[in-house]
Design a protein around this ligand. Structure first.
Ligand code: HEM
Length: 417
């Protein structure tokens, strides 16, 4: 069996289907392959999600290749921890993302969009979203920066996500942005720990920066300044990365004008651009259909069998995220863009809907930022649907061979008065 690592870099989001096609079974839930010099198993579907999120069977330490981990998550991040140290560190993120805190952030984004869209003639959705989400989350996190500083930092954090998966200059730019942002975040942690102005704030009101600065690991020690800075970034950077989904929201509205009318009517009826059930369903369908995270790796703790395939101790198993969200064997009309499939139900209860991971956020590795993501996306969809605009089809195209991808042209919207 030949090694497929270079194919993964070349094929991008089409890699998983290519692997299945190569073994002559596009419908398979378990495709063996060789990756990064060792055997691996690519799995998808509901049973695969249950298997992958069984922490007795898999560990995360050493699972993510260093070339991805170093720029994207940073050294010592929660993503690569296991067992008690993971559960303990994860509590920090659960505290920082309570419904009350998410509500404050979404309200801030709502105000920012209203301000940015007021009288706007044209708008590059991706670039504008980096600014809107960046200013909102950096202020919400308690960084104490002024608007131009937040704008600049948001660009650098967005550059990490833009380049971490693309060999060559984009990856180098991502690493440089990571090094610079590590120093910035470490400085904030130092300041928060020495700043007596924060003393006396209850944990309920303390901003995310102060929660991270005060967090103690399972051994009772404060996180070292580098690691604390890394985890602060692990809240802020992915919030800014929701801008990639914002660009896909514009694409989806462009292609589905009936949904523009429905979202606009919902906002009029409810009298607010925040929290509309249709806008939230629209956000979920955008997360299901459009590519962001392609797959997730874990390493087997023991010898196992799954889907008729043998797995050795230490072997990589990859959960196919896109292939699970669009599996024709499990989803009705998976190729149709239909937000109604998410109306009136709790999407976290759909085991095979995994744009931000599966299983439990509290007990496992599932993303703690789903409420933030969906809240920001829904409010963005409501604002964009609330204006009249046109956009060139050309600006909507995105490259499935680049990870991560986004509509390359922004897209740019031309507003009509
Ligand atoms: C752009 C939207 C986002 C996407 C597509 C996304 C996706 C993901 C995915 C796929 C995982 C891995 C799950 C696993 O390893 O099993 C993850 C983990 C994580 N995400 Fe997100 N995420 C997003 C937004 C956010 C936000 C807004 C936050 C802010 C709190 C966040 C913080 C994290 C953290 C800290 C982890 C590590 C969790 C752990 O290992 O226990 N993410 N995310």
């Amino acid at each position: 069996m030949s090694d497929r690592t270079l194919d993964l870099l070349r094929d991008g989001y089409t890699f998983a289907d290519t692997v299945r096609a190569r073994i002559g079974n596009l419908a398979t839930r378990a495709a063996p392959l060789k990756l990064m010099g060792g055997p691996a198993l690519l799995i998808r579907g509901t049973e695969a999600v249950r298997f992958f999120y069984d922490t007795d069977k898999f560990r995360r330490a050493g699972a993510m290749p260093l070339a991805v981990k170093a720029p994207l998550f940073g050294r010592g991040a929660v993503h690569g921890l296991d067992d008690d140290s993971h559960r303990h560190r994860k509590q920090l993120f659960m505290h920082a993302t309570t419904p009350e805190r998410v509500e404050v952030l979404v309200a801030e984004v709502d105000r920012e969009w209203a301000r940015v869209l007021e009288g706007a003639g044209t708008l590059n959705v991706y670039e504008a979203s980096v600014g809107v989400f960046g200013r909102a989350v950096l202020s919400w996190a308690g960084t104490g920066m002024d608007a131009p500083q937040m704008e600049d930092r948001a660009q650098r954090l967005a550059a990490i996500v833009e380049g971490f998966g693309v060999p060559g200059p984009p990856w180098v730019r991502a690493m440089l942005a990571r090094r610079d942002s590590d120093a910035w975040a470490k400085g904030l942690i130092t300041r928060a720990r020495t700043d007596e102005g924060c003393a006396g704030q209850g944990a309920g009101q303390a901003p995310a920066l102060d929660l991270v600065a005060a967090h103690r690991d399972a051994d009772g020690q404060l996180l070292d300044e580098h690691t604390a800075g890394v985890e602060l970034q692990n809240m802020v950077r992915p919030t800014i990365a929701v801008s990639r989904f914002a660009a896909f929201i514009a694409l989806a509205l462009h292609e589905h004008p009936d949904w523009v009318a429905r979202l606009r009517a919902e906002t009029t009826e409810r009298g607010t651009t925040v929290g509309g059930p249709l806008a939230r369903a629209f956000a979920h369908e955008v997360r299901r259909v459009y590519p962001f995270v392609p797959m997730l790796p874990a390493r087997a703790r023991c010898p196992m069998q799954w889907g008729g395939q043998q797995i050795r101790t230490g072997q990589r198993v990859l959960l196919d995220i896109l292939g699970t969200n669009n599996d024709p064997g499990e989803w009705e009309r998976p190729a149709d863009f239909d937000p109604e499939r998410f109306l009136d139900l709790d999407p976290t209860a759909i085991e095979n809907f995994v744009p931000q991971g599966g299983g439990s956020a509290e007990a496992g590795h599932r993303c703690p930022g789903e409420d933030i993501t969906v809240g920001l996306m829904a409010v963005t969809a409501a604002h964009l649907a609330g204006r009249d605009w046109t956009a060139e089809d050309a600006g909507m195209s995105f490259d499935l061979h680049r990870m991560p991808t986004r509509p390359q042209g922004g897209p740019v919207l031309q507003f009509t008065p």
